[in-house]
Design a protein around this ligand. Structure first.
Ligand SMILES: [Zn+2]
Ligand SMILES: [Zn+2]
Length: 250
């Protein structure tokens, strides 16, 4: 009994020393986080994140506004031509979630990537025990962009999902054209911007497979739709998408 008490006390002291020597900072707002906290974002920021999960549109994963009568499909998706079956999103691209994604994607902070990767599994919604896909495929960066950034954020996230779900990650796609960032373009030009930008790798085995396509952010869905078109044309049986964040509030 006494030993347990000493251990707990020593553990607390150890964490206090760690907190002093290596203060942990919330990656979204910069405030201090206790070292025994499991995540890299402070409780106040966590509270501010608008998680979507199961409450999103059944087609595009967007947060459905409070005025909507049912949450099966958002208004934009009533006559949507998006080719994938559905997309799930962890949360809204706003506030601390947006900060964390920027920290991970543009500043290469992989600690942020660890929290984000975990949420991608834990907060995506979906039925427990639902069927697993046959392969997890990340939306690829162009090789020049990857070289410049030093890593591929969608691949990092997809690897995390693959490890947790026990499903192979298969880099079947490559970006053959270095497109302009979708966020810099008006929605009407986004489809054209990514048209023909992706190709299937020569050794990809895809016929009859159910694919989970992973990316960091979905805006209009043009990139995911174009990747889905390539995968479907090559014989994929089903495509579901999973992203960290959706930008629109429908
Ligand atoms: Zn914070
Ligand atoms: Zn929708």
């Amino acid at each position: 009994m006494q030993h347990t008490g000493i251990k707990t006390w020593a553990g607390r002291l150890g964490r206090k020393i760690l907190d002093t020597l290596y203060p942990r900072i919330c990656l979204a707002c910069g405030s201090r986080v206790k070292s025994d906290d499991a995540q890299f974002v402070c409780p106040a920021c966590l509270e501010k994140i608008i998680f979507i999960g199961d409450s999103g549109c059944r087609k595009c994963g967007a947060k459905v506004g409070p005025g909507a009568e049912d949450n099966t499909r958002c208004l934009a998706c009533r006559d949507s031509t998006l080719i994938f079956r559905r997309c799930r999103a962890v949360g809204m691209y706003d506030g601390p979630l947006r900060e964390l994604i920027i920290c991970f994607k543009f500043r290469g902070n992989q600690l942020a990537g660890i929290d984000l990767g975990r949420w991608l599994i834990e907060r995506q919604g979906g039925e427990a025990g639902g069927t697993l896909p046959d392969a997890i495929v990340p939306v690829p960066l162009h090789r020049l962009r990857k070289k410049e950034r030093g890593f591929d954020q969608a691949e990092f996230l997809a690897r995390h999902v693959s490890g947790k779900a026990g499903v192979w990650l298969e880099n079947m796609l490559e970006r053959i054209r270095d497109t302009e960032p979708q966020t810099s373009l008006p929605p009407t030009r986004r489809l054209k911007n990514v048209k023909g930008a992706f190709a299937l790798k020569r050794d990809a085995k895809i016929v009859g497979k159910r694919i989970l396509l992973v990316d960091d952010v979905m805006t209009t869905g043009a990139t995911l739709a174009e990747c889905s078109r390539v995968l479907k044309a090559a014989g994929a049986a089903d495509i579901e998408c999973l992203v960290l964040a959706r930008t629109t509030y429908v």
